[in-house]
Design a protein around this ligand. Structure first.
Ligand code: HAM
Length: 444
């Protein structure tokens, strides 16, 4: 049998992407701002493994949740241990908190993470099988102030990357007690209308009726309009928490909308749940470009989270209140792009280094290091040889100065410093270049 040459067919796994250049810049900027804001609010970074014991998720996310039913990457190791590629970060953060004795330190433990997660979903715009999240968790304190702080931090991160008009959809799904009564009514309501439900929802009615509220199929969305609302079944305590969280949001001027049917896809939530959506405002280009509109429709939530006071009980038989949330970095990047927000607001270069000839090229390496160490943002074209072409680049970048080194200057260890606006030039010896440029920049 002829062996097939598979070399040129090896491609990245479906739904998983290489990241470089612009996409990389977007991710880096979002992660940088996320960490900056999170640290400002007292969250310290944590990294947990990409592989976790499978039961960490099967025990916590809910057997009938989409993630467990359809989306987990699981396998047995050579030693026979069942593991899962983490589909989300909350369960891992809580495991790390328990395993490393963080409960004996100041509470709540405030953790920030950023990294890749894996769900076997149908790839589409804003939905991939490997995706990135930046998230925060406050573990060990039940105060509603932490619910509000979680939302504050995520919104501030979005603002820091230029997304100023995001909307928080918020609900309170009660605790175990008030939810039990609600579930009875909800089930009764849908049972009477079973025939009108989509096939998935017929199944949900048996397994996990709360998820009926999450369905995006038109008929189910219409049916939902008459469904009982959890808010009418909340205990006094849960109502009070909801009120307090909302009051905090009012005080912070956060754009939110009560969403009585928001339930979230993971089973560990109690009380506060929220999702963050891009603002409605349309970019100028969008009016022209139908494709982008389609993309917007499919991007959906930029982030989500909520309180998960029961998760530690499910996993470790301990009562540890906690709340958190995460932003989908890929979706935030798409939204930034859609709104024409550049991935980084880098300082513009102040000087362009022009070199001609082998000796000048060699010395340019030394000069570039001097400029870097002096913190002078510069641009250059080390591969270029022609003065005209390099000057054109300097002009295009609108740098105030250029440094020119030809064969003669290289021998004399000098460079021509050219004021790009006036065209005046002067000779500066190599060792004085950084201080001279700094002085001239101050005078601009
Ligand atoms: P989640 O809503 O499943 O929550 O995910 C949070 C965000 O991650 C979503 O809003 C979305 O932006 C992004 N995301 C989710 N799946 C994908 C995907 N397949 N492709 C691209 N982006 C995606 C959680 O994961 C919870 N652990 C959040 C949390 C933290 N709750 C409490 N603490």
């Amino acid at each position: 049998m002829v062996k097939k040459n598979t070399k040129d067919k090896i491609r990245s796994v479906k739904g998983m992407h290489d990241m470089f250049m612009e996409r990389m810049l977007y991710h880096e900027r979002i992660e940088r701002e996320a960490r900056r804001v999170a640290e400002y609010y007292g969250f310290s970074p944590i990294r947990t493994p990409h592989l976790e014991p499978e039961e960490l998720f099967t025990t916590s996310l809910g057997e009938t949740s989409e993630v467990i039913e359809k989306q987990m990457y699981t396998f047995s190791t050579r030693g026979g241990t069942r593991v899962a590629m983490r589909p989300e970060g909350t369960a891992g953060a809580l495991r790390a908190y328990m395993e490393n004795g963080l409960q004996s330190q100041a509470q709540p433990a405030r953790l920030f993470y950023s990294g890749a997660f894996f769900r076997h979903e149908n790839p589409q715009a804003g939905r991939t099988r490997e995706f990135w999240q930046s998230g925060i968790e406050s573990i060990g304190d039940a105060g509603p102030v932490h619910d509000a702080l979680t939302i504050r931090v995520l919104i501030s991160i979005l603002e820091a990357v230029g997304l100023k008009d995001s909307v928080v959809h918020i609900n309170n799904i009660g605790d175990k007690v008030c939810r039990a009564q609600y579930m009875k009514e909800l089930t009764a309501y849908y049972r009477k209308r079973q025939q009108q439900l989509c096939p998935d929802c017929k199944k949900r009615l048996k397994d996990n009726p709360l998820r009926l509220l999450d369905c995006k199929v038109y008929e189910c969305v219409e049916l939902r309009k008459g469904a009982p609302q959890i808010i009418d079944h909340l205990s006094e305590d849960c109502k009070k928490r909801f009120r307090e969280v909302i009051e905090f949001l009012d005080g912070m001027d956060i754009n939110y909308r009560m969403d009585p049917y928001l339930v979230r896809g993971l089973d560990y939530y109690t009380n506060t749940v929220f999702e963050i959506f891009p603002g409605e405002e349309e970019s100028e280009d969008e009016e022209k470009e139908g494709d982008e509109k389609k993309q917007k429709a499919s991007i959906s939530a930029l982030g989500g989270g909520g309180r998960y006071d029961g998760l530690a009980k499910m996993l470790f038989r301990k009562d540890i209140p906690a709340v958190g949330g995460a932003l989908g970095i890929d979706r935030v990047a798409l939204e930034m792009k859609r709104k024409n927000i550049k991935p980084r607001s880098e300082p513009a270069p102040k000087v362009f280094l022009i070199q001609m000839g082998a000796k000048a090229k060699g010395l340019s390496f030394v000069l570039l290091e001097d400029l870097r160490k002096a913190g002078i943002v510069n641009a250059h074209d080390l591969a270029g040889d022609s003065l005209t072409a390099q000057l054109r680049k300097a002009n295009d970048l609108e740098v105030p100065f250029s440094l020119i080194i030809g064969q003669k200057e290289a021998i004399d260890k000098q460079a021509i410093l050219r004021d790009m606006k006036t065209g005046t030039q002067e000779l500066v010896s190599f060792d004085k270049i950084p201080t001279t440029i700094k002085m001239k920049l101050r005078q601009l």
